[in-house]
Every structure is written in structure tokens, then in C-alpha cells.
Design a protein around this ligand. Structure first.
Ligand SMILES: [Zn+2]
Length: 492
């Protein structure tokens, strides 16, 4: 009886020691490999790798070689600078060579990839041309998160292969609970995995390496609706797909949708009253042309889009620049369109351009902004305007960055639609420091619809049909913008 007991104890101890040994053997240290120089570049001979535990190779037809590298399937070809690991393609700056039937692989290009995948650590001592190497026998090397509207998917990068049917997991749904996966044959790189950048409904990641399996545990931050575990057929990665509670999500989308519904459009006809804006050679006033275009645009919006329009002016009155954005913000406007006509000393210049609020990049853009801003001198009360030469402009444009993406998109669509509506010279989207755009808490653009200083364009501006076409072009752009604006939020 005593004898049996001792044997039993011996087995227990042996099992314990084996477990410890396995844990340690995840890394095999102190491997050295000779370096071969081909045209002065360091190469490793495949025949020096294959005697190592867990590495073997098979030669195929046409000088193609398969290497099983600790479960990772590597394929390379004589003369090739591309190689595959588990069907993913990698590139080396040099190529594989064959000498005396032996395969030689460029050390830097090849080992850099192996290191990224967590398969080896290595260093080359050029003085003695020896590579020192550690083999890391991890097959679970990385976690990556992909945020989705209704949850997230977590990719467990796998070198070798998982057997999905053998993976067991706990069923969790509530915040604070742990979703634990037991992966037989898994050797997990705990250091990398536990420091993964996490997001979505996951709060924490924990790993446990057992003798025969690895455990990956993910703690939930919020209630989830559904967890699905599957294998990505092409990469062999394990995918954990977590869907968050639908009802909660639907509410959130509804709320965002309401906030981002493009239900009020602000149209700002430039100048007015004692400020005529620029003048054509025949005396056409900018303030009259842009008011007419604005009113036509507003009517199209109300009639064909059924959306509320706020005008900064509907008659020939003087409105200070600061008051224009104030009107826009107080009306709950969702987009601000300032409409102008351009002028320059070169009377041959013609065409239309759309501006975004930013520090002016080109001399032309700065000139336009200076001219449009000069109206400030006509304003009675001194309003504290931003000084465009100072850092306050940087602050003003930074505040606008929230809307810059939308404004940029809108501006580019305006240019496209105006081009097909009036066929004039498309001068593109530009940027400059326009006072009238500063402080608009919504996507905003300033359109210079054409040059009054050009006699042909002045003639066109005086035709009702031409002004109608400009309004139609801007309206078409708004239709496209509204569609994108309202849908973009939902798909984020
Ligand atoms: Zn103007």
C-alpha cells in the first residue's frame, strides 16, 4: 500500500514538472546559425533551420519550398522576393537563392516577418557572421479589434491551426462577465495579447497558459446580445463576433439621426444695403445678383426638398458679417451657404470656386478673402473680429474642424454640380479666412459663383436663365449632400 502511494506521488510530481517544462519550452534559447554572404548580403541556409525542433521542409516541383515553421506554413520559391506565411503574402528586398541544391533565404527580409509574427527573436553579429536566435513557440500571437456599428469583431491571430469544434467557451451576456475560450494546443503570447488595444464592448483581456491548452478571457463592459465564434477560412484566424444589445443600439441611432437630420438650411446672400459688393464693368452689383440666386435656391429647397430655409437677408439691407453666422446658429441651421460673385484686376479670368474656412493657401485665395472681409469697415459698431494674421485664426479653424469633412465633401459636390449646370470654368475647391464663416456651428461653404469683372460672365449674370441654372446646380449638390450627411452617421 505504501509502495503504491509513493508511485502515485511520483506521478503527480512528474506531471507537475512536465507542466513547468512545457511552459518554459515555449521559448527555445541559444540557437546560433551561420551566415552566408551572397553579393555581400547576409543569408540563412534552410538546411540549418530544419534540424531545429518544430521546423521541417518539403521541396516541391519548380524549385518551390514549403517550410513548416512551428506550425506556420511558409512557402518560398527560388529567385522569388515574395513569400507566403499561412497564405498571406510578404515581400523581401532581396530574393531566395539556390546554391548546390541548398535554399538560401535573405536574413533581414525574412526574419523581420518572423519576428513580427512572434515566431522568433534574432540578432545578427556581423563581426563573426552568426545569427543568435530564440524560437518562440507561440501560435496565438495577436488580438485585433474591429469596431462595428452594432458591436465588434475580435480577431485572434493564429499561426498553425485551431480546431473550432474543440474550442469551448462560456456563455455570457451581462456587463462584468467573462467570455472564456479554451483553445486546445494553444500556446498564447500572454504579454502581447494582454496588452492589446481593446475597444467595443470589451473591458479587459486575460490569458492563462495551461499544459495542453490556452485560455483567453474577455470581460464585458456592457450587455451584449449575441456572441458568435467562427474560423476565418482564408487566414485560419479565430473570429469572435460580439453584437451589442439591439434595442439600445436602435435608440442610439434614432437619437443621432434626429440630431443630424438636415432639416434647416441657411442661405447667406453676400453684401447688401450700403455694401454693394463688387461691381461689373457695366455696373452690375454683386449684392443684387447673389440675392436673386439665393432666393431662387431657397424656393427650390422649400418646394422640392420640403426643408426649412433661413435667409440672412431677403431684401437689399446691410447685415454685418458677425450677425450672419449668429442668425445661422440661432436658427438651428444644419448647413450654411454663403453666396457671392468674384472680381479681379485681370478681366480674362472667369469661372466659379467654392471656399472652405481655413488659413489662405494661395495669394488669389487670400485676395478674395480680403475683399470679402473688407465690408467690416462699413459696419457701425466695432465687433471683435478674429485677426487672421494671429493664432486666433488657428483656434477658429480648429473649432471648424468638426465640420471640415462635411464642408469639404459639400464643396466638392457643389463644384461638380455647378460645372454640369452652367458649364463654366471649374476653378475648384479653395480655402481662405472668410470672416462670415467663422463661428458657424455647422458645415459651411462660401461660393464665388463667377467673375463680375469678366464681361462675358457679367452678361451671363444678367440673364435670368443663367441665375436659375446656378441655383439648380447648388440645389443638386444639396440633394447629394443631404443624402450622404444623413446616412453617413448611421453607417459609422
Ligand atoms: Zn462678395
Amino acid at each position: 500500500m505504501k509502495h503504491y502511494f509513493n508511485t502515485f506521488k511520483f506521478i503527480i510530481v512528474l506531471f507537475f514538472q512536465l507542466t513547468v517544462l512545457f511552459g518554459e519550452s515555449a521559448i527555445i534559447k541559444n540557437i546560433t546559425l551561420p551566415v552566408f554572404r551572397i553579393n555581400g548580403n547576409p543569408y540563412i541556409k534552410v538546411a540549418d533551420l530544419t534540424p531545429l525542433p518544430g521546423i521541417s521542409s518539403t521541396l516541391n516541383e519548380y524549385e518551390s519550398l514549403d517550410i513548416d515553421f512551428l506550425g506556420a506554413k511558409i512557402n518560398l520559391n527560388n529567385g522569388g522576393s515574395y513569400f507566403r506565411i499561412n497564405n498571406e503574402l510578404y515581400h523581401m528586398p532581396l530574393w531566395v537563392e539556390i546554391k548546390d541544391k541548398d535554399f538560401f533565404i535573405p536574413y533581414h527580409g525574412f526574419f523581420r516577418v518572423l519576428e513580427q509574427l512572434g515566431l522568433v527573436n534574432s540578432s545578427l553579429d556581423p563581426a563573426i557572421d552568426i545569427v543568435s536566435m530564440e524560437l518562440i513557440r507561440y501560435n496565438i500571437t495577436k488580438l485585433s479589434f474591429d469596431q462595428k456599428t452594432n458591436g465588434c469583431s475580435i480577431r485572434v491571430h493564429n499561426i498553425g491551426a485551431f480546431n473550432l469544434s474543440s474550442i469551448s467557451s462560456t456563455l455570457v451576456k451581462k456587463p462584468g462577465e467573462w467570455l472564456s475560450l479554451t483553445i486546445p494546443g494553444g500556446r498564447i503570447n500572454s504579454k502581447v495579447i494582454e496588452n492589446s488595444k481593446i475597444m467595443g464592448p470589451i473591458k479587459k483581456v486575460r490569458t492563462t497558459q495551461l499544459a495542453e491548452s490556452a485560455q483567453l478571457s474577455l470581460q464585458l463592459k456592457q450587455a451584449v446580445d449575441d456572441v458568435d465564434i467562427r474560423i476565418d477560412e482564408t487566414t485560419n484566424d479565430l473570429l469572435i463576433i460580439i453584437r451589442v444589445d439591439h434595442s439600445e443600439n436602435a435608440e442610439r441611432i434614432k437619437e443621432i439621426r434626429k440630431k443630424w437630420l438636415l432639416d434647416t438650411i441657411v442661405i447667406d446672400p453676400g453684401h447688401g444695403g450700403k455694401d454693394p459688393g463688387t461691381l461689373g464693368q457695366k455696373g452690375t452689383k454683386e449684392k443684387d445678383i447673389v440675392l436673386d440666386i439665393s432666393m431662387r435656391l431657397g424656393k427650390l429647397i422649400e418646394k422640392e426638398m420640403g426643408v426649412k430655409v433661413i435667409y440672412t437677408r431677403t431684401t437689399d439691407v446691410f447685415i454685418p458679417l458677425w450677425k450672419r453666422t449668429k442668425i445661422a446658429n440661432e436658427s438651428g441651421g444644419k448647413v450654411f451657404i454663403s453666396i457671392h460673385a468674384n472680381s479681379t484686376s485681370n478681366h480674362n479670368v472667369r469661372g466659379f470656386e467654392t471656399y472652405l474656412l481655413r488659413t489662405g493657401k494661395s495669394k488669389d485665395a487670400i485676395d478674395v478673402a480680403q475683399r470679402e472681409n473688407s465690408v467690416i469697415t462699413l459696419e457701425e459698431k466695432n465687433h471683435p473680429y478674429r485677426d487672421f494674421s494671429s493664432e486666433s485664426l488657428i483656434l477658429a479653424t480648429m473649432a471648424q474642424n468638426v465640420y471640415i469633412k462635411e464642408s469639404e465633401f459639400f464643396a466638392s459636390v457643389i463644384q461638380e454640380e455647378l460645372e454640369s449646370a452652367i458649364g463654366a470654368n471649374n476653378r475648384g475647391v479653395k480655402q481662405a479666412g472668410f470672416q462670415v464663416l467663422v463661428g458657424a456651428s455647422m458645415p459651411n461653404v462660401l461660393i464665388e459663383t463667377g467673375f463680375l469683372s469678366n464681361s462675358k460672365e457679367e452678361r451671363n449674370f444678367n440673364k435670368k436663365g443663367y441665375r436659375k441654372k446656378i441655383a439648380r446646380g447648388i440645389f443638386n449638390a444639396l440633394v447629394e449632400f443631404k443624402d450622404k450627411y444623413e446616412n453617413a452617421v448611421i453607417n459609422e
